[in-house]
Design a protein around this ligand. Structure first.
Ligand code: GYE
Length: 328
């Protein structure tokens, strides 16, 4: 009897052993993909969507990357959560398009302590220790604003007075800060310029339409509007829609709309004369970010700041070739 029990026990042990062997977890597959954790602002504008598309087209498996993409839906808290998750996942690089500039010290220090390089794209952060950032790729937003105010100065050189309505982008974002500072400096330098209203359009068409309609609802009491300085194209569309619904004309002999980005649709508006000036801001930053990562993979130190070349367009500059070649 004892021998029988021993045989049964042996059989059980053998079965367990064989099964355990079969189920032994496989060794994790070693792949050499570079893992990128990316925290994008949201999808608030055509510019943003083009920027996301540019990143996704570069950071593909075929190019040697695994992209973990997180959309923060315009909420900085979501960016902090995403970055902490990337740190836990031990990604190779963190790429962030920061919504606003302040509040980044703690989370970026955590990334630094984990040894993960952080690359900023488009906007900047305001941190005490600049070493928390490995590199930045984007635009010089003050220079963009200056292009707009120089144009205004030239166009209205002989005007006795210039009445300006200002639609700001997301408050506290680098794009807003730069474009607003350029306008503020020009307001200080030109005493015929009058800032009649300043409103928050949050870089979206819907929000701008809403605030602009509200402003225009007292049309009879309002001063003349010469220029609406919109801090991106989508705000310009919202402003135009609101102005037209109140019977204003945008374009020659009407309100001059100034916008930033110069995406395809804005160039078309500009060609039609509805946008008087659209200042270029290039969202196709994926290849530049990749070149920063390649440089680091080669063991070299990337350039700390890289600004892209940009221009500005008036209706006379919009050719069919330009429209056909516009990729955003
Ligand atoms: O101008 C706007 C977007 O930060 C440059 O953000 C970017 C700005 C861009 O939503 O359209």
């Amino acid at each position: 009897m004892k021998r029988k029990a021993a045989a049964v026990l042996m059989l059980i042990l053998y079965t367990v052993f064989v099964f355990a062997g079969c189920n032994k977890p496989e060794e994790p597959k070693k792949d050499d993909l570079i893992v990128i954790g990316m925290s994008q602002v949201g999808a608030e504008s055509d510019w943003r969507q083009a920027d996301t598309a540019s990143m996704k087209s570069v950071f593909t498996e075929a190019n040697g990357y695994r992209l973990l993409f997180e959309d923060a839906r315009q909420d900085q808290e979501n960016q902090f959560v995403a970055i902490r998750r990337f740190i836990q996942q031990r990604v190779d690089y963190i790429v962030v398009m920061p919504i606003t500039e302040d509040g980044w010290d703690a989370v970026l220090k955590e990334a630094k302590d984990a040894g993960i390089p952080v690359i900023l794209v488009d906007r900047m952060v305001n941190v005490k220790d600049d070493n928390l950032i490995t590199a930045h790729v984007g635009s010089d937003f003050y220079a963009e604003g200056k292009k707009a105010t120089d144009w205004m100065k030239k166009k209205y050189a002989s005007a006795e007075e210039l009445n300006i309505v200002h639609i700001q982008g997301t408050k506290g974002s680098t794009a807003q800060i730069g474009r607003t500072s350029a306008l503020d400096d020009a307001l200080k330098a030109n005493n015929t310029w009058k800032l009649q209203a300043r409103m928050d359009g949050d870089f979206t068409e819907a929000k701008t339409y809403e605030v602009m309609k509200e402003y225009l609802s007292n049309r009879e009491t309002l001063p003349k509007i010469d220029v609406v300085y919109c801090e991106n194209d989508n705000s310009a569309y919202g402003a135009i829609k609101a102005l037209e619904s109140f019977g204003y004309t945008c374009g020659k002999n009407g309100v001059s709309i100034v916008s930033f980005d110069a995406t395809y649709n804005a160039l078309v508006y500009c060609q039609k004369g509805k946008i008087a000036l659209t200042v270029e801001c290039n969202p196709l930053l994926g290849p530049l970010v990749e070149s920063v990562i390649r440089t680091m993979e080669e063991g070299k130190v990337p350039e700390k700041n890289r600004y892209v070349e940009e221009s500005a367009f008036e209706p006379e500059n919009i050719t069919e070739d330009l429209l056909a070649s516009r990729k955003y």
